[in-house]
Design a protein around this ligand. Structure first.
Ligand SMILES: Cc1ncc(COP(=O)(O)O)c(C=O)c1O
Length: 375
């Protein structure tokens, strides 16, 4: 047996997903069930209803569609299935996930324009309005809500107002925000919102979901450039017999149903947001005390994930810090900002104030061992 296949021990994940989940969510998976049976069909129905209720939208106007695969599959499903053959997608980019959406559009040979900003910059509303006004061929606009690259929370409400003013379809990547950041889908004029099972709902990986405005969705029949990622057909399948068209991730869906129950028990999105905000506040204050500087100013810093600059100390080595923390059963995340030396720590998942305190203690201890001057 290779070293990496020795028995695994749970670690606390301070990452943006997969993330730390509750024991009850993990235990919920200890069952095998038929994907065509009544239990499972009822479970799918319940998950779809719960997602609409969390979104605070009516089932007469919106629907929740579950799609196999991670967040990227959900995003690709929306892009491939909703943009017309003669459509033109504007992608607002300020991080890796905006760039990924662009790559999806390029791969699918969808006409597109981009408005690109630095990874630590908030998109400029005047520029967005200008391009919408001057480029009438644009039919669809896409933006990431919580850009997990730096941790920025983008102003989707204000962008939505402009998208609505110019009568475009609006696609929002809410993969890392849905469940812990209030999103007013209707008033922010969102036609297709995408998120996934293993982020702020605190489920395990395996599927993504789309909250779609029926009026926009109904126009997309036959547009998909893919068979398995065809959003419209997936919706019709779920509506017709309550089932997935192809093998669903049964265990993941059962775990997700449990995670939804636990989200409601915690007090819904509002209370989950408060816990994550508290995690984030304590983390930033404690890291600052150790001398680490957050990349983002407090005005644009969201509460999902925080990027910290590498300290200006020759003894600092991120790989060594990562290894030392991992040996203490804490997992943090490398940075992914273009041209910036930074690392990231997530505040989401089944983690609480005491976990953050322990993590920061472990960071301090590891930095001391590395010979960093933390005075
Ligand atoms: C904002 C955002 N969009 C998309 C994705 C891609 O999701 P996945 O890695 O599940 O495909 C992520 C993953 O972290 C994300 O944070």
């Amino acid at each position: 047996m290779t070293k990496s296949l020795t028995p695994h021990k749970d670690k606390t994940l301070f990452t943006p997903g997969p993330l730390t989940t509750s024991s009850s969510v993990k235990e919920a998976m200890l069952t095998d069930c038929s994907s065509r049976g009544v239990f499972f069909i009822d479970l799918i129905k319940n998950i779809r209803q719960e997602l609409l209720s969390l979104s605070d939208v009516q089932s007469s106007n919106y629907t929740a569609i579950l799609m196999q695969g991670s967040g990227t599959f959900g995003l690709e499903s929306v892009i491939t299935s909703t943009i017309a053959e003669e459509g033109h997608l504007l992608i607002i980019i300020n991080g890796v996930y905006g760039r990924r959406a662009h790559k999806i559009a390029q791969t699918l040979k969808i006409e597109n324009s981009v408005l690109e900003y630095n990874d630590d910059q908030v998109p400029d509303l005047e520029q967005i309005e200008y391009i919408l006004k001057e480029t009438p061929e644009i039919t669809d606009v896409m933006v990431v809500h919580s850009e997990t690259t730096a941790g920025i929370l983008n102003p989707v409400n204000k962008i939505g107002k402009l998208v609505n003013k110019y009568q475009k379809n609006f696609i929002v990547d809410a993969v890392s925000s849905f469940g812990a950041v209030p999103i007013d889908i209707e008033n922010w004029h969102i036609d297709f919102l995408v998120s996934s099972s293993n982020k702020c709902i605190e489920g395990v990986p395996g599927f993504s979901f789309v909250i779609a405005k029926k009026e926009a969705l109904e126009k997309t029949a036959g547009r998909s450039r893919s068979l398995s990622l065809d959003l419209y057909s997936q919706w019709k399948g779920l509506e017709d017999n309550g089932q997935f068209r192809f093998t669903p991730p049964t265990h993941t869906l059962i775990a997700f149903n449990q995670a939804l129950k636990e989200l409601n028990q915690e007090g819904g999105i509002e209370q989950r947001m408060k816990r994550y905000q508290n995690n984030s506040k304590i983390l930033i204050a404690a890291m600052k005390r150790l001398g680490f500087k957050p990349v983002l100013p407090s005005e644009t810093q969201g509460w999902i994930i925080t990027s910290f600059y590498y300290p200006d100390d020759p003894n600092f080595d991120f790989d060594i810090l990562y290894q030392k923390l991992s040996e203490l059963d804490f997992i943090i995340y490398p940075g992914s900002m273009s041209n910036l030396q930074c690392f990231r720590i997530g505040s989401i998942g089944r983690i609480f104030e005491q976990d953050i305190v322990k993590l920061v203690w472990a960071i301090e201890h590891s930095c001391q061992e590395m010979g960093l001057d933390l005075s």
